[in-house]
Design a protein around this ligand. Structure first.
Ligand code: MTE
Ligand code: MO
Length: 497
């Protein structure tokens, strides 16, 4: 038994040694070369849309942590197996470790946004892991004699320590922290003042403007891209008369506009949290695109990010007069890293997967027939128009209430169409008109509240909204895939004396 344990531990030690050194060196090559990150990334990119939705639904923004833990557990099991295999055949154990490393290298090389160089750390991990496993399990020759003397155990401990230090060091080096404080120019065209009465201040109700730290985050990245704005360029090419390359400075030198807008995610379930509102600062995108001379037939604006994400937006919508922007600032600060620093896109009216490219580097004028974006290849619809939605923030689900007038409140949004009315009902009764905050524009959500004379018992409160074009939010339930969820949000509460 002790011998088996020792061999299992050697399998793990050899791999920690190899992966640790590789992760450390990989930190100098960039995020996509991390062997563990590469396998995680591969899992994310190849998982069917349904699995991803389930992961988001069950784990929310913690889905990535769960993924990393899962990959690590599977890896540990395989390494223990490699160690145990060495009891029978050292060659078999070594081969297993090498095969794992090569699989990591393939995942790294072919991952979204990666290239052949990214395979190097995993190949190194394979070589170091396999080599050290052979040394650690040597039972003949000079090492065999000292096996019992503890020398080999010390060698193993040393290898483990070096590997662990590499892992920690690699993490540290690979993550440069929050972006450097860049002072952004003032907007030439500041956000119009929000009308009086544009918000309610109620405990539990989502604030009209979301703090940057609370703004929802959805992306496919395990490690946040780290981009130095000094090295950043945006290429605009494809079906244009005059391709251009712009630096961060070029963007900041243009007249900046500031607009308040709500953004939401196609993965948001009915009543879900993936919707937020902020004050965006950026460059008007339509003007910039027109300067390049867009050619006929370019019905898709395909944007690419450093993480390899591709997002396709209907060109016509970008140019139809809505406030499409290349964003550099959020709520009076430079964009935070997790929201796309240094530059992202925002186009009112569309879900994030069809408009809100973070860590943007490339804009290509093309057609929907010629190019398919990341989520479209995975079955989501090309035209990612955001659907009308409304949410009850208070009371919370399963709240215990007293039979007094209760304030029911929440938010409603229909991006770029605006909200005209919100209605509530209890236990399937008649719909009652909720009170709305003053309309601050069609690109923004509206808060609403309604006073309910709560009677004892268990009750279901429901909400629905009418958009600015007069269309009632549909009560028919639809799943997130392939074009966004629909249905009325409801909460169950209990009222007792
Ligand atoms: N580069 C990149 N941009 C991206 C994504 C991504 O995975 N990578 N996710 C998109 C999706 S699905 C949404 S909903 C929004 C979310 O933006 P946020 O995280 O700033 O809220 O970013 C979009 N832009
Ligand atoms: Mo999204």
């Amino acid at each position: 038994m002790r011998r088996r344990l020792a061999y299992a531990a050697r399998g793990v030690t050899a791999a920690v040694f190899g992966i640790g050194i590789a992760e450390f060196l990989g930190a100098f090559l960039g995020a996509s070369s991390s062997p563990i990150g590469a396998v995680g990334r591969f899992a994310i990119d190849s998982a069917p849309a349904s699995v991803k939705e389930a992961a988001i639904r069950w784990f929310g923004t913690g889905d990535k942590l769960v993924l990393i833990c899962g990959v690590t557990l599977v890896l540990l099991a395989l390494l223990v197996t490699a160690g145990l295999l060495c009891l029978r055949s050292r060659t078999a154990g070594t081969v297993l470790i090498a095969v794992l490393g090569i699989a990591g290298a393939l995942a790294a090389a072919f991952g979204t946004g990666a290239g052949p160089v990214d395979a190097l750390p995993s190949l190194l991990a394979a070589a170091l892991g396999a080599g050290s496993l052979r040394v650690l399990t040597r039972t003949t020759g000079p090492q065999a004699a000292v096996e019992s003397s503890g020398v080999q155990r010390r060698v193993a401990l040393g290898a483990f320590t070096i590997g662990a230090a590499g892992l920690v060091g690699g993490r540290f080096l690979g993550d440069p922290g929050e972006r450097a404080a860049t002072a952004l120019p003032r907007a030439a065209d500041p956000a119009p003042p929000l009308p009086p009465g544009h918000r309610f201040a109620l405990p539990g109700l989502s604030p009209f403007r979301t703090a940057n730290a609370d703004f929802y985050r959805v992306d496919t990245d395990l490690a946040l891209p780290a981009i130095d704005p000094a090295d950043w360029t945006l290429r605009i090419h494809g079906a244009v008369g005059k391709p251009v390359a712009l630096s961060y400075r070029d963007l900041l030198d243009r007249p900046l506009v500031e607009r308040d807008m709500t953004l939401c995610c196609v993965s948001n379930e009915v009543g879900g949290p993936y919707v937020s509102t902020t004050r965006w600062l950026g460059v008007p995108l339509a003007t910039l695109l027109r300067e390049t001379g867009i050619r006929a037939g370019a019905d898709q604006l395909l944007s690419t990010a450093t993480d390899g994400m591709t997002i396709g937006t209907p060109t016509g919508l970008v140019l139809d007069g809505r406030e499409a922007m290349l964003v550099v600032g959020m709520n009076g600060e430079p964009l935070p890293r997790k929201h796309g620093y240094p530059v992202r896109m925002i186009i009112p009216g569309l879900y994030g997967y069809a408009s809100a490219t973070k860590w943007l580097t490339e804009l290509k004028l093309t057609s929907f027939a010629a190019d398919r974006a990341y989520w479209v290849r995975r079955g989501y619809v090309e035209q990612g128009t955001a659907k009308t939605a409304s949410r009850i923030d208070v009371p919370r689900p399963f709240a215990q209430l007293r039979p007094v007038p209760v304030t029911v409140a929440g938010v409603a949004w229909a991006l770029h169409r605006g909200i005209e009315a919100v209605q509530c009902r209890v236990d399937g009764g008649p719909w009652m008109r909720a009170e709305l905050t003053t309309d601050a524009g069609p690109d923004l959500w509206r808060q609403w509240r309604w006073t309910w004379r709560a009677a004892p018992g268990s009750h279901r409160i429901e909400v629905r909204a009418v958009d600015g074009t007069g269309h009632m939010q549909t009560g028919g339930r639809a799943e997130v895939f392939p074009s966004g969820s629909t249905g009325w949000h409801s909460v169950l509460v209990t009222v007792s004396e």
